[in-house]
Design a protein around this ligand. Structure first.
Ligand code: UD1
Ligand code: MG
Length: 494
């Protein structure tokens, strides 16, 4: 644990790191400040959280188990939000509107350009990106609020699943009025495939009429403005998804937070996976930022991502110290939603949502694997976390009970058992399945590699997350450009 002198020195170092016209450096300084604030506040507010009932029992510790504060992610999320407001003057260009140019558009543009160029070696974001930035903060604020409501009222899973979609509305609505690009690049393998262009025509037909229907009901047009975005002839084929692009963004906002929340239940895993993901995002972003001659738009997107991720890493590392085995605090659904939304936001606003999806492969696999339980095809207990054995102090796969067997659930369980994706317990007399290991990749790890200590299990899962992330970065910049026929950063496979 950090002593007072170390903390004061870190704070002084952070303040000295803040520099004008250096967004990257300043965000590192803010991350250190965020780390220190979160680190100092958690032990102070913990008892008050317990007092109002925001507490939980660690199910994987030997008795007597005392209650520890839950929802400590609220400290990390609130600290982060205030820091992100504080960062604004350090990363955005300050645009002064002169009275004379108010009524005259041309003069206003000229005034803006003069001011922007007057700043020597300007590294600040243009003023018009501020709306995007604020929409992200608003979205994170509503995510934190809804996450807190969930922690307070323990909302039922089938209801809380959609909370992130509500929280993402500020992001999507500002996207609509501020940017509104809804076209996506059609991968080259689709257009090159025999019949691929017909397939595209069919999709276009449905997209067009879907959009017409929405426009006739709402009066709002969701298509990209063709006049604003002239597409050169040699550019890859685009498809304008219109309203369906918003559905896609909304789906990402639902998936990312929920997928982090269901890969949970052992000390350190919720924050740990977020920290590993943040590092993977940063490695990917730095590949762009330190490559010369990449398009300005790609550079800006990844700088934007870094500015969101670095302070997030700061507050998360502090939280991790309290949540790591043996946990002194739980992070709560507030943190899971908040963290998942940070990734969704940088993916959406940075225009690399496909990359975001491949970085979330462990979460996606966990989600698909969980589907039979999530959709109640097989029974799903309230908690699916692994079972702690007091005798040897190790974690074992936890088991669900099959009380009402039917053809479908028996078929699924038998199939999964056959390929060793779950552990089955059968009635010795009838041979019927009576218990099965809960379907999370946490339990799967234990089925495959045997019982482990809680911290070892967490490290194994984080190692897998890191390895998958690194592999995906390589795939993204080698196979990706070849598959899609277009990229703003490729490593030579083209
Ligand atoms: C999700 C999972 C649930 C898992 C739970 C653990 C689904 C559909 N839901 O539910 O299976 O059991 O997360 O977080 O997959 N806890 C520990 N040790 C930990 C972390 C949590 O014992 O390291 C326990 C504590 O009692 C804590 C509780 O889990 O109070 C928190 O559960 P909560 O986050 O509310 O569960 P859900 O997110 O609803
Ligand atoms: Mg949870």
């Amino acid at each position: 644990m950090l002593g007072k002198i170390a903390r004061v020195s870190l704070l002084v170092g952070a303040v000295l790191t803040i520099a004008p016209n250096s967004p990257l450096r300043t965000s590192v300084a803010f991350a250190i400040i965020g780390y220190l604030i979160t680190y100092s506040i958690i032990p102070k507010v913990g008892p008050s959280f317990i007092k109002i009932g925001l507490k939980g029992k660690d199910m994987s510790k030997p008795p007597p188990v005392s209650e520890i504060p839950e929802t400590m992610g609220l400290v990390a999320a609130s600290t982060y939000l205030f820091l992100m407001f504080g960062l604004i003057p350090f990363i955005f260009f300050k645009y002064l509107v002169s009275f004379g140019s108010w009524a005259n558009d041309e003069q206003m543009t000229e005034n803006y350009e003069n001011q922007y160029q007057a700043l020597k070696d300007n590294k600040l974001f243009p003023h018009n990106k501020l709306a995007e930035y604020l929409s992200a903060i608003l979205c994170l604020q509503s995510t934190t609020l809804l996450g807190l409501l969930d922690d307070l009222f323990d909302i039922r899973w089938r209801h809380k699943f959609f909370l992130p979609a509500v929280a993402s509305l500020p992001l999507l609505i500002v996207y609509y009025v501020d940017f509104s690009v809804t076209s996506i690049v059609v991968p080259k393998f689709v257009t090159d495939f025999p019949g691929g262009l017909y397939f595209l025509d069919i999709i276009n037909f449905f997209v067009k009429y879907g959009n017409h229907a929405v426009t006739s009901i709402t009066g709002l047009s969701f298509r990209t403005l063709q006049t604003d975005y002239a597409v050169p002839d040699d550019a890859p084929k685009l498809i304008d998804l219109g309203i369906f692009y918003y559905v896609y963004m909304s789906a990402i906002s639902i998936f990312s937070p929920n997928s982090i929340n269901i890969l949970a239940g052992i000390n350190g895993l919720e924050v740990g996976q977020s920290v590993v993901l943040a590092i993977i995002f940063l490695i990917n972003d730095f590949c762009y930022l330190f490559t010369e001659n990449i398009p300005q738009a790609a550079y800006d997107s990844h700088l934007f991502s870094v500015i969101f991720i670095i302070p997030f890493l700061g507050v998360s590392l502090a939280l991790l110290q309290y949540n790591w085995f043996p946990a002194k605090a739980f992070v709560g659904d507030t943190y899971c939603y908040f963290s998942g939304m940070v990734f969704a936001i940088v993916g959406i606003l940075g225009h690399f949502s496909k990359t975001l999806i491949i970085f979330l492969v462990p979460q996606i696999l966990n989600f698909i694997y969980s589907a039979p339980q999530l959709f109640h095809i097989v029974p799903c207990p309230r908690h699916r976390l692994p079972k702690f054995n007091v005798k040897d102090g190790l974690m074992y796969p936890s088991l669900g009970e099959l009380k009402k067997p039917n053809r479908l659930n028996k078929l699924i369980l038998n199939l999964l058992g056959l390929v060793r994706l779950i552990k089955l317990e059968r009635d010795p007399k009838s041979g019927e399945i009576i218990k099965f290991s809960n379907m999370t990749i946490i339990n799967l790890c234990l089925v495959w590699f045997g019982p482990m200590r809680e911290d070892t299990l967490c490290l194994v899962l984080l190692g897998i997350q890191f390895f998958v992330g690194l592999s995906m970065i390589i795939v993204r910049h080698t196979v990706g450009p070849w598959l899609f026929g277009y990229d703003n950063l490729s490593w030579g496979v083209k």
